[in-house]
Design a protein around this ligand. Sequence first.
Ligand SMILES: *Cc1c(COP(=O)(O)O)cnc(C)c1O
Length: 359
Amino acid sequence: MTVSLDDLPLRDDLRGQQPYGAPQAPLPVALNVNENTHPIPDEVADDIADSVALALRDVNRYPDREFTALREGFAEYLGHGLEPEQIWAANGSNEVLQHLLQAFAGPGRTAFGFAPTYSMYTLLTRGVGATFVSGERGANFSLTPESAAAQVAEARPDVVFLCAPNNPTGTPLENDVVEAVYDATDGIVIVDEAYREFAPRDVPSALQLLPGRPRLVVSRTMSKAFAFAGARVGYLAADPAVVDALRLVRLPYHLSALTQAAASAALRHADTMLAMVDEIVEQRDRISATLEALGYTVYPTWSNFVLFGGVEDPHATWQALYDRGVLIRDIGIPGHLRVTAGTEDETSAFLGALAEIGR
Ligand SMILES: *Cc1c(COP(=O)(O)O)cnc(C)c1O
C-alpha cells in the first residue's frame, strides 16, 4: 500500500500545498533558474579546492559557529563601511530569509510582498506558520514610493519583502521606495538584492540606507553573479542587533567548515568571479532587443534575466523550446515567459529556437 500525505499527521496549514518545483532537466541549454551559466575559471576552482582540502583536515571538529573569516570577507566585499558584526550568512539566501522569518514572523504574524514576486517568500512564510499578504504593482510591474508605502501602512505586516530588482519580472526598485516603505512600517524591511551585481553601477544599493535604520536588512547571494549556486551561500547586512536575533533561531554550526572554506576562497577571487557579469548583461540586453524586434512585449530588467509577454500559449512555447534542448521558465503569469541570459552561444541557441517556433 502506498502512503500519501493525506495518511500522515501533517500540519493542517500545509495540507494541499505545493513544494518549490522549478523543473530540473538535463538539457544542453538551461536558462530557467537565473544561474550564472559561465563555469568558475580553472585557477579559482583550484584555489577553492585547496582551501576545501585544508578544511577537510579539521572536519572531525565542529566548524567556527560564527564563521568569522567569511563574515570579514563579506564585509570587505560589500564595502559601505560595514563591520563583520553586521553580516550574517547561511546555506543560500533562502536560508537567510528563513532565519529572518523565524525570528520576526511566525504564527499569528504576517509577511508582505508585492506580487508577482519571488515565489519562495510565500513558501518560507508558510513554513514558519505565518501568513503571507500580497500587495499590488502598477503598470509594467513598477512600484512608486507612494503606492508601496500606502499599501504597507494599511497591511501593517511584521516583515516586508522588497525584491530589488524584482524576480520574476526584472523590474528595477530604487532606494526611494525602500525609504518610503521603511517609514511606513514598524516591521522588518528586507531588501532582497540577489541580482544587485547586474544593475547599473551608478545606482546606489540599499546598503547605503543602513545607517540609522535598525529594522532594514539587505540580503545578497553568491548564487547568481558569483557563479556559486551549487555551493549554497547567501548573506545579509543589517544592524548587529538583527544579527543577534538570528542567532536565536539558526541551527548550531549551520554553515559547514567546507562551505565556509569554499566561500571565503571564492570571495578572495571576487574580481575574477564577477568578470562575467558585464558579458551576461550584454547578452541580457541582446535578448531584450531581439525579443522586441520579434514582436514580444519586453519589460525593463536590472537582473540577469528577461520577462517577456505577448506569448500566445506560454506552455506550448515552453515545450517547443524544451524539445529543441532549451529550458526556460513558465512563471505562471498569463501570456509571459522568463529566460536567463546565458553565454553568447546559449543565448543564440535560445533566440534561434524561439525565432524558429514563432509566436
Ligand atoms: C535566486 C534568488 C535568491 C537566491 O537564492 P539562494 O538560496 O541564495 O540560491 C534569492 N532571492 C531571489 C529573488 C532570487 O531570485
